[in-house]
Design a protein around this ligand. Sequence first.
Ligand code: FES
Length: 155
Amino acid sequence: MASDEDVSPPTHSYLIGQRDDIIRASRVVTSVNGRDVLVLHHQGELYALDSHCYHAGGPLQNGDIEEVAGRVCIVCPWHKYKISVCDGEGVYQAVDPSVKPLKPRWCFKGVKQRVHKVTEVKGHVYITLNTSAEHLESDHYQTPKYRETLHRNRK
Ligand code: FES
């Protein structure tokens, strides 16, 4: 999270709320310029990422937080995929059957979930959407069609 000495919010950022309120809530899902974003607090840090899981649109706001392979990950409640909240990497365990004894190791799928920049200015939290042209799998669930369907099914 960028923070601190900044005196004005970044250009093209969106005010999410007061840091203290977000910390109290622990997780906030909000719509930012047509995108559903999860802002979460974990051990003093704020993170922002697309709220619908890249795998099948699961509600990441209901996931547990685990530290995996040195990364803070959110575990999707639907199929337990682990996603790094820092960079959106998909994290999984694999075993090389040719190596005995079998020993699982952590592997990375590459960035799957879009993460966004969080900035704090004088106790206010802002998000700057990551608008890189690179297609990420979580983009699939940010189209109007999927957002509407996912919102309807969660009511
Ligand atoms: S929808 Fe998230 S793991 Fe399947």
